[in-house]
Design a protein. Structure first.
Length: 312
């Protein structure tokens, strides 16, 4: 596998071991708000875009949707190293960009301006930059491009589509909310629901109660997060995880809980919404990121200012 054409190592940041770290790759449009620049790129082309980025290379870009999440992840690293300076099981952030290194100077300067601990900046000219994810050991990929996300999921990498929105940076600790079916779990029950309706889905869940639900696209990422979470006691943990699912607790919650237990995945709080809107509960939790496969749930989260990522 070829390396990206240009990988800039950030020497100001401690480099992590990708075999033990939880590597998160974010695109520039996920971490910074580049909507105006992206519009310029689409309307005027690459040369004009590059000229603009070079002319503004010392002007920091405004934060994007995944910005608060990356800051919170940095806080977790700090807490882990405080309790064990030799710990290698840390978050590692790399930025994947279709910019050329010349127009990417602004990206690097913006990261430095905000004190973001990004270990590598990979500038890739290939159409499909997701081919480099596996070679970097990436466990989660966040992008503002749907094709990128679909390609990453096909390559077996946990991935989600970030929509640009104004985000209020919540305070620490890191709070991550997962939807259940088709995100943490497989979509097997969803498919039964589509074919046989609610009654069929409930009967299926009761019959399958003792058998764990299949794995969803974000299971691997959630498991690694859970492993880091277990380094701390419940009270002191800098990581909090939540399950907010459309399932009803009474009819379809037992199998979900048993599955999480079987996986050994620690979830701090679980909310079984029974089809009710998720926005109000998300507004209460104030997560740094919310993963869901339903666009109506993503819209509801955005309406209450919650940074959300869609798992197509």
């Amino acid at each position: 596998m070829a390396e990206p054409e240009s990988t800039v190592i950030n020497t100001n940041v401690k480099q992590k071991d990708p075999s033990t770290a939880l590597v998160i790759a974010v695109t520039t449009r996920a971490i910074f708000n580049l909507e105006e620049e992206h519009k310029l790129y689409l309307e005027k082309g690459k040369e004009e875009y590059t000229r603009h980025q070079q002319a503004n290379q010392d002007k920091p870009l405004p934060p994007g949707t995944a910005f608060a999440f990356i800051q919170a992840v940095q806080y977790v690293n700090k807490k882990i190293l405080e309790s064990n300076p030799a710990e290698r099981d840390l978050f590692d952030i790399l930025v994947l960009s279709n910019n050329s290194p010349e127009s990417g100077v602004r990206i690097i300067n913006s990261a430095k301006h905000y004190g973001l601990e990004i270990s590598k900046f990979c500038f890739v000219s290939d159409e499909d930059s997701t081919q480099y994810l596996k070679s970097h050991g990436v466990k989660l990929f966040l992008s503002a491009d749907r094709t990128d996300v679909c390609n990453a999921l096909q390559r077996g990498v946990s991935a989600a589509l970030v929509f640009q929105q104004e985000v209020q940076a919540p305070s620490t600790p890191l709070r991550v909310v997962f939807d259940g079916d088709a995100v943490l779990f497989s979509d097997e029950t969803d498919q039964i629901f589509q074919e046989q309706g609610l009654e069929g889905a409930v009967q299926y869940e009761r019959a399958m109660e003792a058998i764990p639900i299949g794995e969803g696209p974000l299971k691997a990422f959630a498991m690694h997060l859970g492993k880091m979470r277990k380094k701390f006691g419940q009270e002191k943990s800098p990581i909090r995880t939540y399950l907010v699912t459309a399932r009803s607790g009474r009819d379809m919650g037992i199998r979900a809980i048993k599955t999480l237990r079987e996986w050994g995945l620690p979830i701090d709080e679980a909310f079984f919404m029974d089809g009710a809107p998720k926005g109000p509960i998300l507004a209460q939790i104030q997560p740094h990121i919310f993963f869901d496969d339903g666009l109506h749930n993503i819209q509801g989260a955005q309406n209450v200012g919650v940074p959300s990522a869609w798992v197509p």
